[in-house]
Design a protein around this ligand. Sequence first.
Ligand SMILES: Cc1cc2nc3c(=O)[nH]c(=O)nc-3n(C[C@H](O)[C@H](O)[C@H](O)COP(=O)(O)OP(=O)(O)OC[C@H]3O[C@@H](n4cnc5c(N)ncnc54)[C@H](O)[C@@H]3O)c2cc1C
Length: 457
Amino acid sequence: MTKADAIVIGAGQGGKPLALSLAKLGWKVVYIERKWLGGTCINTGCTPTKTMVMSAQVAHYARDAARWGVRASGVSVDMPAVIQRKRDIVMKYRTGNEKKVETAGPNLQFVHAHATFVGPHQVEAGGEIFESEKIFIDTGTRPAPPRIPGSDSVGYLTNESLMELHEIPEHLIVLGGGYIGLEFGQMFRRFGSRVTVIHRSGQILGQEDDDVAVALQNALEAEGIEFQLNANSKKVEKHNGEIILTVETSAGSQTFRGSHLLAATGRVPNTDDLGVDKAGITLDSRGYIKVNGRLETSIPGIWALGDVKGGPAFTHISYNDYQIVYGNLIEGKTLTTVNRYVPYSLFTDPQLGRVGMTEKEARASGRKLKIGTYPMSSVSRAIERGETTGFMKIIIDAERDRILGASMLGVEGGETVQILGAMILADAPYTVLKGAVFIHPTLVEGLFGLLEAVKPV
Ligand SMILES: Cc1cc2nc3c(=O)[nH]c(=O)nc-3n(C[C@H](O)[C@H](O)[C@H](O)COP(=O)(O)OP(=O)(O)OC[C@H]3O[C@@H](n4cnc5c(N)ncnc54)[C@H](O)[C@@H]3O)c2cc1C
């Protein structure tokens, strides 16, 4: 039995900085990861997808080059080269993480093995038992298998296997019109696949406002992506190498035939093989670890960080979980996840940058509101770039003139929205930006038009 000051399980975006920071303070830390350092984001999530999104963007620009008065003929996508570029960037990040662990000094003991609780404060990994008063769980999630009869025998792709596919699917059927499904759908459409997105409800990106979701769907349809909404998948079969998906819609039963199937229907937490029952840690009905605002689990001395605790599943949130735990434990702060600021972006083209409340959330809150919308087709920089799809929307608390939320659906929307996020963080009235000086010509200049358009509702 090895005793430690802290055990960190999982090398994701919360676990890594925590393990390294505690070891730097002189704590004896056991850091356990069963697969790759860096977790989902670096290895199979943000980094590889955004790397490949860029390859797809370039293919799109090249095919569309005539729009900018440029002749480019014979454009084709070299998938092995796209994948190699992705692997190179992933490996650069992963080996960077490995270097940090190797050079962390004797306080950090890295164990490359699957960890399971064998008692409330005891963990088994690699045939050894480790014990600590303080244990931090950052085990993340994995793709949820599609619950469609036949999917196991037919076989399906996930975010991980799709990014290792060396051929361009002739017809990719994407199950799920959420963030992951839409980013991959557009990526592979631009690589040259026919793409059909099958979505259970009547609106893609169910949590977003319907005007935003509809505008994005229109933009994706304009590129030739097909959508079947309100579709309940009933079964999937394979005949002569062809995948046949049967769905139930309001118009009756329909079949979709494709060459490849991507499951992007959600994620499940990595808690089923963690032995949480041995520790007495409480899970919610979907298997996520229950925590309070300080990220403490039901067992004193055990915390959970990142996706495994449910809620917003983003890298920057997992990292912020680390900041909260570290701040409270080491710096005597009283940080909490309650009412935390959660910005995010969907990396389609146009991008969707989001901060704060959606319009529907703001309306449901019962506040008096002011709302402004402004088309990207009126933003000079977007016109000059030839990328005018989408619109900006801002929602304001009419009594305090504070920004409640914003959606920037447009080129670089994930960048421009962060100005409005900074206003939320500063608790400053939106009118400050009305008199601001913005660099010309930038996309942010569009805020002039957006703020002028703000009206009481
Ligand atoms: C396709 C895709 C694209 C994404 N794009 C973005 C994006 O653009 N921006 C963004 O902010 N977020 C994005 N995300 C989400 C982001 O990747 C996650 O929110 C983030 O990685 C979560 O980090 P984490 O620390 O919670 O856990 P993870 O990064 O998932 O790390 C958990 C680690 O724990 C390990 N582990 C699990 N169980 C055990 C065990 N029992 N013993 C030992 N080790 C274990 C796993 O191997 C893994 O390495 C994307 C996700 C996907 C799937």
